[in-house]
Design a protein around this ligand. Structure first.
Ligand SMILES: C[S@@+](CC[C@H](N)C(=O)[O-])C[C@H]1O[C@@H](n2cnc3c(N)ncnc32)[C@H](O)[C@@H]1O
Length: 259
């Protein structure tokens, strides 16, 4: 630890103000980011953490699939695929879930101010903010539109050359697709939840958490961003024993290691 004198003369720990240092696996991550950047809305820190976690899963021989709920155009899933190519043998099954329409409406009693403000700013919003599975048409327009299975395949199978028979795209609302897919998913090594709102997040945890192997990872992309996501995670984790510590990725992202 290095200390320097502050203006008040009281020594301060120098590393608090230090610039962000390179990530572990920095060069690989920088390259991976250039390959997925047009397919993702996720921050650099969270993409880097996703890569590091998937790489660790490969190097340590963790059993199970890589799963993402909320893929949009496939960028974060692409980071897991790239880590699997580089640190494994690209033989992980990737199970990718998304409605591939615009985001569903939030529940104004559960999802918090940011979600409500974003919903109200959406031109195609109709009806109450009651958390029902109705797409808010135009929600992703500022980002070039909602994702499609073709966007995801173009990145994973064409650009990254991940084996197409290992890429399983489950199109539809989580509430319709997750439970029927449980058997085909089997064990999960990494579960990445990028689901934004309360109902979807809670449903994903209730449907898939038990499939995550001991020592496996659950990544929460939106914990620090959407109140509903945080509420769902906190609520779900109170039902799990032993307790799980949420590790910090950045202001919004968290992950846990299943005990
Ligand atoms: C923030 S985006 C995902 C971003 C993506 N991981 C990336 O790399 O940029 C959230 C995605 O979750 C999907 N989604 C949210 N709730 C859903 C639900 N209940 N069922 C299916 N898809 C849902 C949305 O359609 C959207 O594509």
């Amino acid at each position: 630890m290095t200390t320097t004198a502050s203006t008040s003369g009281v020594p301060v720990v120098a590393h608090i103000d230090a610039p962000i240092e390179p990530y572990d696996l920095d060069a690989e991550i920088a390259l991976a980011l250039t390959r997925v950047q047009h397919h993702t809305m996720v921050t650099r820190h969270r993409l880097a953490a996703t890569y590091q976690i998937a790489a660790f899963a490969e190097r340590s021989g963790l059993r199970g699939s890589f799963v993402e709920c909320g893929t949009w155009k496939g960028g974060a899933s692409g980071m897991m695929a790239l880590a699997s190519v580089r640190h494994g043998s690209a033989s992980r099954d990737l199970h990718l879930f998304d409605s591939f329409v615009d985001m569903c409406v939030p529940d104004e009693t559960l999802d918090g101010e940011i979600a409500v403000a974003q919903a109200r700013a959406t031109p195609g919003l109709t009806g109450p903010l009651d958390g029902t599975l109705r797409p808010m048409t135009g929600f992703y327009e500022p980002l070039g539109g909602h994702g499609t299975p073709e966007d995801v395949r173009a990145l994973l199978c064409d650009e990254i050359a991940y084996p197409a028979d290992r890429v399983h795209i489950h199109e539809g609302w989580f509430q319709d697709t997750l439970v029927p897919a449980r058997e085909s998913i089997g064990e999960i090594a990494v579960l990445r939840l990028d689901t934004d709102f309360y109902a979807g997040t809670l449903y994903c945890l209730e449907s898939l958490f038990d499939l995550v192997v001991s020592g496996g990872f659950v990544i929460f992309d939106d914990y620090g961003c959407y109140e509903g996501c945080r509420r769902a995670v906190d609520e779900f984790l109170t039902t799990v024993t032993p307790p799980h510590f949420l590790n910090h990725i950045d202001a919004e992202g968290r992950y846990l290691i299943k005990r």
